[in-house]
Design a protein around this ligand. Structure first.
Ligand SMILES: Nc1ncnc2c1ncn2[C@@H]1O[C@H](COP(=O)(O)OP(=O)(O)OP(=O)(O)O)[C@@H](O)[C@H]1O
Length: 329
């Protein structure tokens, strides 16, 4: 597979005003993106995603390491390398706010050197794809945030670069527009084989669109794996058990300290324990813990897990690529 982006050991530290120590936002991060892949760049707040994205699109210089885009070193051949990447960053700075929707599309299509007929064709196609036809003559200035975001992504697609970088594409959008945008992107991903890097906290977007995710925590890559592998991995280790009776306080404490990713809920009619085990065989330890006081397990089911739960478990549970690989073996 052709590596269109190759990031090797990049780091970034920021100086803190009046303080000697630095904030190490990104530490020795390496990853690659293959042509045609849709990769999610995820992490909790302050993990180092924005810094990484800014380094990828040349807005920030790394302190160490290298970034190659389409084989071109972003430090040595900056302008040539950046021709291969277009980015939609927060604030949609890639749009002309005093032009209409159609004028923006036609302007950027014109910049690509298309003929007048092709410009009109491209604009029509994108207006249709992004459901913007009825807004074509409105100024960008007056559009809702959702409409502006759709147009910004349409303009980025128009540039036809090898890689498109979408930073939080659904941030601040209402549920309906976010859903619509997710569907539009999904269609484009399926039909056009684009290489896209998406940074997002919107887990349904990640689960639906991304082939692979790179999770960054405290400036370091903790997981780099296919979405389907991670879902499978966590699904085989997540169980819901219905117990015959409530646990004693002592047993409950033992359960929560031994299996920190579990939840225990009890009511007058049922007691449920949900666990996510580090290794599938840990289930025997759980049975022993319950057996100690003669607690009956009435039923046990595997939990269907979504990517949001996977993400929380990885970040909170401190899982790394090595741990994931050892479980998968
Ligand atoms: N210009 C800056 N000066 C000083 N510290 C910074 C600067 N930019 C980022 N940081 C710090 O670097 C760390 C990583 O920040 P970054 O914005 O890259 O993370 P992030 O994963 O994008 O977070 P979020 O999801 O909240 O946007 C944080 O501790 C942040 O406070």
């Amino acid at each position: 597979m052709e590596k269109i982006i190759e990031v090797r050991g990049i780091s970034k530290a920021y100086g803190k005003r009046k303080m000697k120590e630095k904030i190490h936002a990104v530490r020795d991060v390496s990853f690659h993106v293959n042509r045609g892949e849709v990769v999610g760049l995820l992490g909790p707040n302050g993990a180092g995603k924005t810094s990484t994205i800014k380094m990828l699109c040349g807005l920030l210089e790394s302190d160490a390491g290298s970034i190659h885009i389409n084989g071109l070193d972003i430090c040595k051949k900056r302008l040539k390398a950046l021709e291969h990447i277009s980015a939609v960053l927060e604030g949609n700075r890639n749009l002309y706010w005093r032009l209409t929707v159609r004028e923006n599309l036609e302007y950027f299509a014109g910049n690509r050197g298309y003929s007048r007929k092709q410009v009109a064709y491209q604009a029509d196609k994108l207006l249709e794809q992004f459901n913007l036809k009825d807004k074509e003559n409105e100024l960008v200035n007056g559009l809702s945030r959702g409409m502006q975001q759709k147009l910004a992504i349409a303009v980025a697609l128009l540039a036809n670069t090898d890689v498109i970088l979408l930073d939080e594409p659904t941030l601040g959008l209402d549920v309906e527009v976010s859903y619509e945008l997710r569907n539009i992107l999904n269609r484009i991903v399926k039909e056009e084989q684009r290489t896209i890097i998406i940074s997002s906290h919107d887990m349904p977007v990640v689960q639906e669109l991304c082939d692979r995710v790179i999770i960054i925590n405290k400036g370091e890559v903790v997981i780099d794996d296919r979405v389907e592998n991670l879902l499978k991995l966590f699904e085989t280790r997540a169980y819901s058990m219905k117990l015959g009776e409530g646990l004693s306080v002592d047993q409950e404490n033992k359960l929560l300290s031994k299996f920190p990713l579990s939840t225990y809920t009890t009511s007058s009619h049922e007691t449920i324990v949900e666990v996510n085990l580090e290794h599938s065989q840990d289930i025997y330890e759980l049975f022993d813990l319950l057996k100690e006081e003669g607690t009956m397990v009435e039923s046990i089911d595997r939990i269907t897990i979504d990517f949001e739960q996977v993400f929380v478990q990885i970040v909170k549970g401190g899982m790394t690529n090595e741990m994931a690989a050892s479980i998968q073996c």
